[in-house]
Write a protein that binds this ligand. Structure first.
Ligand code: FAD
Length: 303
């Protein structure tokens, strides 16, 4: 991965989210994706953390490998659900000792899954607001937090949701990354609400390339993200037609991010699902270019 800087005159910055692989084959696949996407020079690459610390070792392993084998900046997702403060703090210190400086601080979902009733532990951080404060008490980390353009499914209203985001910022969060969404007006309205509430940190859109429309539509329901009827219509009849599905996905995702750039957005966080194909295409459309490997560049200059 000895690439010189990716070239983008557009001022566009990207970050990529991966999940920790379960098997050797999945690990190979993840590393192929990381190698393909690394030349896009992401601001950071984040690795998710299973609810209740279920991926604790695997997330740590992936983050350590990124630190050792690449020049990428890793961000470790961390949840506080089903863990004591002490357990969470121990994990944080381990990460710090490995060289991690950036966390994505999350509450996480109850073991019953998304939508299950959340019960905070007496001896734990009750939510992401408290987790951010806990992280800051340990070190001056960079901290990203979650934001929900269509509000969190457990929130009674937008005001509660925005207030919670404000409290995360007051405790030291410096970036919000949103749940994925497909309607850019929804995102723009959310950012306006946040700015009116005095939240001035970057609110980075979470972009989910659609690898399988049926699956993402099912998952979207549980996360509170809506599927516009016009989007469903685009994928109508494409079950089993992988090639057309992939073309339609790339076209839609490009349309979505280009529209966001017209609305003044320059940072994008991609939910890669450990797959590089669609994300690489979108980055290319955004104007990001992998530079020639150093050797070739020097040879070109000498010619
Ligand atoms: P919080 O910000 O703590 O709160 C979420 C909601 O809980 C609020 O909107 C509110 O409705 C309610 N709430 C909490 N405290 C209060 C209070 N005091 N008063 C009133 N209401 C309250 N999950 C994982 O398990 N692992 C991951 O790696 C992961 N990565 C994610 C990355 C991103 C970018 C996003 C957007 C989500 C991610 N999630 C992950 C999902 C996340 O854990 C869930 O959405 C979870 O339900 C909420 O986490 P949070 O940090 O947003 O919670």
């Amino acid at each position: 991965m000895s690439q010189v800087n990716a070239l983008s005159n557009s001022g566009i910055r990207v970050s990529f989210e991966f999940f920790p692989p379960k098997t050797e084959k999945m690990e190979e696949n993840l590393w192929r994706s990381i190698e393909r996407l690394a030349p896009m020079q992401p601001t950071f690459v984040s690795v998710t953390y299973g609810a209740g610390g279920s991926t604790r070792e695997r997330t740590h392993h992936t983050i350590s490998r990124i630190l050792k084998e690449t020049s990428l900046v890793p961000a470790a997702h961390l949840t506080c659900v089903d863990a004591s403060r002490e357990e969470v703090d121990d994990v944080v210190r381990q990460y710090r000792d490995t060289g991690v400086k950036h966390f994505v601080a999350l509450r996480g979902d109850s073991q019953a899954g998304v939508g299950g009733k959340y019960v905070a532990r007496e001896d734990g951080y009750r939510n992401a607001v408290e987790l951010v404060a806990g992280l800051k008490a340990i070190d001056d980390f960079e901290i990203s937090v979650a934001a929900y353009p269509e509000k969190h499914p457990e929130s009674p209203d937008f005001a509660t949701d925005i207030d919670l985001l404000k409290r995360k910022v007051d405790n030291g969060a410096t970036r919000a990354i949103t749940q994925f969404f497909f309607d850019n007006d929804v995102f723009e309205r959310y950012v306006e609400r946040a700015r009116k509430a005095g939240i001035y940190i970057p609110i980075v859109p979470g972009i989910a390339p659609i690898h399988d429309f049926t699956k993402i539509a099912r998952f979207a329901g549980a996360t509170g993200a809506s599927i516009p009827a016009w989007l469903a219509a685009r994928f109508d009849g494409l079950d089993g037609d992988e090639q057309t599905h992939s073309h339609v996905s790339a076209a839609f995702c490009a349309e979505q991010v280009l529209d966001l750039t017209k609305r003044g957005i320059s940072d994008f966080h991609f939910y890669t699902m450990n797959r590089a194909d669609l994300v690489y295409s979108i980055c290319h459309i955004l104007g990001l270019r992998a530079a020639l490997p150093k050797g070739k560049l020097e040879a070109a200059a000498a010619a």
